[in-house]
Design a protein around this ligand. Structure first.
Ligand code: ATP
Ligand code: MG
Length: 316
């Protein structure tokens, strides 16, 4: 079977409306008109943040999630199509709304969020098992976010096992609190890639040493590439038991305006680099460069750059 898709990004798919400047300490007041900068519409969630980054790096990318039968659905579809992303696996849910967020941003960059979780939270095993033909055409799938998919998580061991049986690698990211070790302990044996952020990994394992965190995942039978995203300290990766690769932060190629989506962009750069055949350390550096590009633009999906720029920034 020819694998015509490099990566299907699955799960959280959000329309973000960015509104600034908004004071987050003064009351908004009733019936008051506030003048703001042009309100921006950007894609949010892992499907946008990782999906757009992968597409801009030159990888053939598709999105699997739900949107609602509402006015936001064509907005997010057009965003994806404009990036050359295949939105045909993005399905319209009969009752759920398109996930949307109003992000209010202070002049300092501090943000508050008004969020409608919407249809992506309704993703269940059937949404994936009905599309095993898609995964049979795909090299790797990335799903987010663990701890925020209540209808799916208990079935993920079976879903990932079947996706891998179709010859597609599996990757997952977490968000929110990060959740706990159950059902993660049952999911880990079926993951090829698992690189959560430090705060999420600490919440899951109760540990605060990145190497011990990775050992805890290995103890569950995790066979793949593990890691922990460490923010300003970079990322610790582990390709196999007791082997570690430290990926340093790459300086941002401009002023840092918004760190939303840095983790998702890192993941996209890492997977994109590996899909392009780079050795692990270079792929990790490409991930760090993708994270560094992300933070120079508003929202989590607008700062991504092409492969030539990102590779030069990464020094690879
Ligand atoms: N201000 C920054 N400048 C340069 N690189 C950055 C910056 N912030 C993040 N990165 C890069 O992105 C990587 C991932 O960021 P981080 O560890 O914050 O992920 P995360 O916690 O998953 O983030 P997110 O809030 O997007 O979920 C970092 O390890 C780093 O390489
Ligand atoms: Mg993250």
């Amino acid at each position: 079977m020819t694998r015509s898709i490099d990566c299907v990004v699955c799960g959280s798919c959000v329309v973000d409306l960015l509104c600034r400047p908004v004071s987050l300490t003064e009351p908004i007041g009733r019936g008051v008109l506030h003048h703001v900068e042009p309100i921006m519409i950007v894609g949010g969630g892992i499907t946008s943040n990782s999906g757009v980054t992968l597409a801009r790096l030159g990888l053939k990318t598709a999105i699997l999630s739900y949107v609602g039968n509402d006015a936001w659905a064509p907005v997010i579809r057009n965003l994806y199509r404009g990036e050359g992303i295949d939105d045909s696996p993005l399905l319209t849910h009969p009752t759920g709304a398109t996930s949307s967020t109003v992000v209010t941003i202070e002049a300092t960059g501090e943000r508050s969020f008004f969020h409608c979780v919407g249809a992506p939270k309704l993703l269940d095993a059937k949404a994936f098992l009905d599309r095993l033909d898609l995964f049979a055409r795909t090299r790797v799938m990335l799903l987010g976010y663990y701890s925020l998919m209540p209808n799916l998580e208990n079935d993920l061991p079976d879903v990932f096992a079947k996706i891998r049986k179709a010859g597609c690698q599996t990757a997952m990211d977490s968000a929110g609190s990060g959740g706990g070790m159950s059902p993660l302990d049952r999911i880990l044996p079926h993951l090829d890639y698992w690189v959560p952020s430090f705060s999420e990994a600490k919440h899951q394992t109760g540990l605060d040493d990145p190497r011990r965190i990775i050992k805890a995942y290995r103890a569950c039978g995790a066979p793949g590439l593990l890691g922990v995203k460490l923010g300003s300290k970079g990322v610790l990766l582990s390709p196999k038991a007791d082997e570690y690769v430290e990926i340093p932060v790459v300086p941002a190629p401009g002023p840092v305006v918004d760190t939303t989506g840095a983790g998702d962009s890192f993941y996209a750069g890492l997977l994109g680099g590996l899909l392009k055949g780079l050795p692990l350390e270079k792929a990790g550096r490409l991930g760090a460069a993708a994270g560094a590009c992300c933070v120079t633009a508003w929202g989590g999906s607008t700062g991504g750059r092409d492969y030539a720029f990102s590779a030069k920034l990464a020094g690879i």
